[in-house]
Design a protein around this ligand. Structure first.
Ligand code: SF4
Length: 77
């Protein structure tokens, strides 16, 4: 497992966006930890037509949080 930080794909709203939210995606967002080898399609409009596939610890400037910041270092769905 790897730690997923705010700004990285695992906690981005576009990570696996066009799939029904799976238990795995939900768990990544709530625990901020992801399996090292997980790869999902990015649903950001700029990347969608390219079928860009990213890991949970990848990232880009199109990041949009799938979780709200409660307090520093503690993010929740
Ligand atoms: S590549 Fe960018 S927009 Fe796509 S899931 Fe990762 S951070 Fe979000």
């Amino acid at each position: 497992m790897v730690k997923v930080h705010l700004g990285q794909c695992g906690v981005c709203a576009h990570f696996g966006e066009h799939h029904q939210e799976t238990e795995v995606l939900h768990r990544i967002r709530t625990t901020q930890e992801a399996p090292e080898l997980i790869v999902e399609e990015c649903g950001h409009p700029s990347n969608e037509k390219l079928h860009l596939r990213v890991t949970a610890v990848s990232g880009c400037d199109g990041f949009e949080s799938a979780v709200s910041v409660q307090r520093q270092g503690d993010i929740r769905p």
